[in-house]
Design a protein around this ligand. Structure first.
Ligand SMILES: [Zn+2]
Length: 283
């Protein structure tokens, strides 16, 4: 999650030419306007897709804004730009916003209603799950610390920032996992604030709790048998080993990696609390 490789597009003009054929009558978008759109695409990349009046199309011809906005309909299945939709959906195996949802929608990083000129710009289109797409704010935020981290344009892989703090609730014996972001070495305040906001924007603290239960449900047997054969120390080693394997496979900031690290640092869990936490016995 967090980052996706960009779609390999040699020339963004090809999409504009499919959407607005040359010499079409009536002409919706002129060739000069396509040149201008490509320059604005460059500005978008330079500004990392963060909202501004220029990107919102201030001062542009209203008919141009509407034409490009409406061209997104061509990205639907079986329309002229359906191949773009299919190619974008192949970029992600799971939703890059939450890390577990099935990819079945495209999110406009800069909301289409407000940033019409980027309606079919591949770098503004992120394959994601329905819950993330529907949960995201509909109006762009003017507050810098609430602006989205761009999955294509902001590489966060050099940082180790996702934490899952695990505790066993004394009364119920249930596992409580709190996800948070830490400001790792070299991470600027702006990125730190926006990563924190990402958990809020996509309601991940709440949504992760359910995923944690589902995921650990599938690990009941290895966790219980690890404890039975090797004791608390062995279970801790097992959990740390899972975290290391997940780091290699899913990355250090994957929610499962963070979870396994959190559990390996939770004595209440690996010293026996896992039994009530996983529902293997009553509290
Ligand atoms: Zn999602």
């Amino acid at each position: 999650m967090w980052n996706l490789a960009q779609l390999g597009v040699a020339n963004y003009r090809s999409h504009l030419d499919v959407a607005f054929p040359i010499n079409a009558i009536p002409e919706q978008v002129s060739e000069a306007e396509k040149d201008m759109l490509l320059l604005l695409y460059d500005v978008y990349v330079e500004k990392l897709g963060r909202p501004s009046g220029e990107l919102a199309g201030e001062g542009q011809r209203p008919g141009l804004l509407e034409a490009v906005h409406d061209a997104y309909d061509l990205v639907q299945d079986r329309r002229r730009l359906a191949k773009l939709r299919a190619a974008l959906k192949l970029l992600a195996q799971v939703c890059p916003y939450c890390g577990f949802g099935q990819v079945d929608e495209l999110d406009h990083v800069l909301q289409r209603v407000h940033f019409k000129l980027f309606s079919i710009f591949p770098l503004n289109l992120v394959p994601c799950c329905g819950a993330c797409n529907r949960g995201k704010r509909k109006v762009p935020s003017e507050i810098a610390s609430e602006q989205q981290v761009h999955v294509y344009l902001e590489d966060v892989s050099a940082f180790d920032f996702l934490r899952a703090d695990a505790q066993i609730d004394a009364a119920s014996g249930a596992l409580v996992v709190q996800y948070s972001i830490v400001q790792s070495a070299g991470m600027g305040d702006d990125l730190y604030a926006r990563l924190k906001h990402h958990l809020v924007e996509f309601k991940l603290r709440e949504r992760y709790q359910k995923q944690v239960n589902l995921y650990l449900g599938g690990l009941e047997y290895p966790i219980a048998s690890s404890f039975e054969t090797t004791g608390a120390d062995g279970l801790k080693v097992f959990l740390a080993g899972m975290a290391a394997a997940l780091t290699r496979r899913e990355g250090t900031n994957d929610w499962r990696t963070a979870l396994m690290r959190g559990l390996a640092n939770c004595p209440e869990f690996y010293e026996g609390g896992f039994r009530t936490a996983l529902g293997l016995e009553p509290a």
